[in-house]
Ligand binder design. Structure first.
Ligand code: SF4
Length: 381
């Protein structure tokens, strides 16, 4: 169930930007780095976490992401957890997620993360086919994923997300289905699956390869077919398609991400990390060396959101969710009817078959999901 009230609650995002090597499609703020640089960064990160405490807000979720957080020495993750406990009101039962990649963990390191309070793992699998993994530049094979998954269960993780990708070079509908069936036959299967289509972003090796005509990808129709085949298969296996690219077994939605889509306040720590606090959005600068020198003074792109901008966000973030945007919640937050503000856009989108409007909430149709960016852009005032 999506919460309607975010007041007084806070989420924390911790960015650890290190990876063993850069995947060929990746445009995230991440890179390989020496142990010395990693250690200096983690010291700075701890200073930022400790020095930014908001004592009166209940922290309901923590997300340690990257990069590959499991690349840094385990002790740093224990220190991060301790800093959060000592400086914030971490709610009993808060969701604490950590991203890990196969090839960067052991049975022992996973057990130590669990003992330190990490209670949800997000494992980067992407594909169960070694040839596909190698083509996209992943450091691991499928066996390494299977080992990671088994160790995670043995360590006591009972809330696991598996990241998958579609529209990969050389991927076919059959190989995608095979990947899904392999994941679904894990014992027990993951509580959550994120399934994203590959997008070729500027500045990545894939972008350059595409320019040189060296990258062959499934075409747009096939990409959509893969998307809906994923949705159909996961539905059969009782996963709720609760957000455009996310699926969960009952009550296992990622609370942290749902908070983001419902505009709960969050503080981001580390280079490039974004925050939303009391309707101010800001970001930390990307510069690693500057951050290490002065982690408490690196906020950039500070933007105070006016009422219109808050409404826009409510619409385009809410439309990502299968529950859509609730008219009641909109009125509660803004004191006006969503239909008064967005009558034109809603009517037009319903006529185009992109939105369903039952008088209580608006939800993307299947066609609307295929054209999600187009629909969402309409709600920018
Ligand atoms: S592991 Fe993740 S963050 Fe690191 S390079 Fe690959 S996709 Fe990017």
């Amino acid at each position: 169930m999506i919460e309607n009230k975010n007041l007084g609650k806070l989420e924390l995002y911790i960015h650890i930007p290190f990876c063993v090597q850069k995947c060929k499609y990746c445009d995230f703020l991440s890179a390989p780095a020496s142990k010395q640089v990693q250690n200096a960064y983690m010291e700075a990160l701890l200073s930022e976490i400790r020095g930014s405490a908001v004592p009166d807000r209940k922290v309901v979720s923590v997300f340690i992401g990257g990069g590959t957080p499991s690349v840094v020495d385990v002790e740093w993750i224990l220190d991060v957890m301790e800093a959060i406990r000592n400086h914030y009101l971490l709610e009993e039962g808060a969701e604490v997620t950590m991203e890990v990649n196969p090839g960067t963990v052991t049975a022992k390191s996973l057990a130590r993360y669990r003992a330190a309070g990490v209670n949800r793992l997000s494992i980067g699998c992407q594909s169960c086919h070694d040839a596909e993994l190698s083509r996209i530049g992943r450091i691991h094979d499928h066996q390494a994923f299977l080992d990671t998954y088994r160790w995670a269960r043995e360590a006591g993780f009972n809330n696991i997300n598996v990241d998958l990708m579609s529209a990969l070079p050389g991927q076919t509908l059959e190989s995608l289905e095979d990947t899904l069936h392999k994941i679904l036959s894990l014992v027990p299967p993951p509580e959550h699956i994120s399934a994203y289509s590959l997008i070729v972003e500027e500045g990545t090796p894939f972008y350059e390869m595409q320019k040189r005509g060296e990258l062959t990808l499934p075409d747009e129709d096939m990409e959509r077919e893969m998307y809906w085949r994923t949705a159909d298969i996961l539905k059969k296996y009782r996963y709720e398609h609760y957000e455009i690219s996310n699926y969960a077994r009952e009550s296992y939605q990622c609370r942290h991400n749902v908070g983001y889509w419902t505009r709960r306040d969050y503080l981001g720590f580390g280079i490039g990390a974004a925050s939303l606090y009391e309707n101010v959005r800001y970001k930390n600068a990307d510069d690693l060396a500057a951050y290490i020198k002065n982690p408490l003074n690196c906020h950039t792109q500070i933007q105070k959101l006016g009422r219109e901008e808050q409404m826009e966000e409510e619409m385009f973030l809410g439309l990502r969710l299968s529950l859509g945007v609730s008219g009641e919640r909109f009125r509660e937050i803004f004191g006006v009817s969503m239909w008064d503000i967005y009558w034109e856009q809603i009517r037009e989108s319903v006529e185009e078959g992109l939105l369903e409007d039952d008088g209580r909430r608006i939800v993307l149709t299947k066609r609307g999901v295929d054209l999600a960016n187009y629909v969402m852009a309409k709600f920018l005032l």
